[in-house]
Structures are given as C-alpha cells and as structure tokens.
Write a protein that binds this ligand. Structure first.
Ligand SMILES: Nc1ncnc2c1ncn2[C@@H]1O[C@H](COP(=O)(O)OP(=O)(O)OP(=O)(O)O)[C@@H](O)[C@H]1O
Ligand SMILES: [Mg+2]
Length: 189
C-alpha cells in the first residue's frame, strides 16, 4: 500500500513540476474564484487554510480574500511528530520558515483541537478519488487534523485539472474530503 501511494505521489508531483509557473498561477486564480463562490464557504467566519508552497495549488490570494471578507484565518504549524497545530494568519505580517519548507506565522499556537471551532477547512492534497478519498504528501498530518473538524464542516481541496482520479490507494486511517475545486470544475462528494 505505501508503495502504491509513493508511486502515485511521485507521478502527481512530477506532473505538477512539469507545469509552468504562469499556468500554475492561472489555475490558482480560477481555483480561488471558484472556492470563494462556494455556497458552503460564503458564511464562514473562521477558516483553516494552508499557505501554499512549491507547486501546490496557490492559496495566497484565497487566504487574503478570506481575511478581506472579515473571516478569521488560521493556518497550520507543523509539529515535530507531523501533527498540525494552528496559528492566526494576519496579511502583511512576516512568516517564518517552518518544518518541511512551510511558511508559518509566529503568532501564538492555538492547539490541535482548534479545528473543532472552524467553519471550513481548505486542505492540501495531491489527488482525491471520485468518492472524495484524499491522498496527501505522506505525513498523515491531515488524516489526524481532519478527524478533529466538526461534523458537517466542509473540507475543500484545491486541485489542478486531472487530479480527481477514479481511484486512489487508501488505508483505514485515510479521510475523505467534501469538495474538490479544480480550475474547470467543482466536485462534491
Ligand atoms: N490518526 C493518526 N495518528 C497517527 N498517525 C497517523 C494517523 N493517521 C495517519 N497516520 C500515519 O501517517 C502516515 C502517512 O499517512 P498517509 O500515507 O495517509 O499520508 P497522507 O494522508 O498522504 O499525508 P497528509 O495527511 O500529511 O497529507 C502513516 O504512516 C500513518 O500511519
Ligand atoms: Mg492519508
């Protein structure tokens, strides 16, 4: 199983690396617009979102737009055991280099359990399948984190086109998401 996941991750990451920076940015703009238009997200007052790095679908504009709408945005702070703590993101404040290349605020940590208080999660993924089963980068961070969100809380993953697959390898601890947003389509699971 871990080999099947590793092979698929390598294939997905190499497709992302093969995209040009402008095409990733164009995709990021389309994804941002589509996420902001989701009715599930419209009334959210507190959002947990990732700050994109490398070839991930860009979220910087999305996060800023949430803040401009008056939402509280918390972002992950990766712990040594690869579990996620959370901290408030405030546009314009400096970010520090976290573990595994993450950009993280230096504001106080809110605790793992803060996710019980969010209205929506914008989570990273490499792919999801047509039932919403999620494949991540391999730390199990979001499998742990998504177990803590309130029932019914929308979990939205930005993806590039072609990253919603008929099937992804999954283990009992893997979590499903509720919505995937690609530049050309919104998928609800
Ligand atoms: N609830 C959990 N508690 C502790 N370890 C966990 C938990 N869930 C998953 N893990 C561990 O995390 C490792 C990676 O899991 P997996 O391959 O599903 O990562 P992933 O979902 O791709 O990563 P991520 O969630 O960080 O994007 C596995 O060894 C798994 O045992
Ligand atoms: Mg997983």
């Amino acid at each position: 199983m871990s080999e099947a996941k590793a092979l698929l991750r390598e294939r997905l990451l190499s497709s992302r690396r093969a995209m040009s920076t402008p095409s990733r940015e164009t995709a990021g703009r389309a994804i941002t617009r589509a996420v902001l238009d989701l009715p599930e997200i419209a009334a959210c007052r507190t959002v947990a979102a990732y700050l994109s790095i490398g070839t991930e679908p860009p979220t910087m504009h999305l996060v800023r737009d949430f803040c401009l709408r008056g939402a509280r945005v918390v972002v992950p702070v990766l712990q040594e055991d690869l579990d996620l703590d959370w901290a408030d993101y405030v546009p314009g404040t400096a970010l520090a280099q976290g573990r595994r290349g993450l950009q993280e605020p230096e504001s106080p940590l809110l605790g793992h359990g803060f996710l019980a208080h969010v209205d929506a999660v914008i989570a990273p993924a490499l792919a999801v399948d047509e039932t919403g089963m999620r494949l991540g980068r391999g730390g199990g961070s979001y499998d742990r984190a998504l177990a803590r969100v309130p029932p019914g809380c929308p979990v939205v993953v930005p993806l590039y086109d072609g990253e919603v697959l008929p099937d992804v390898p999954a283990e009992p601890h893997d979590r499903r998401v509720s919505v995937a947003v690609t530049p050309s389509r919104v998928w609800r699971f």
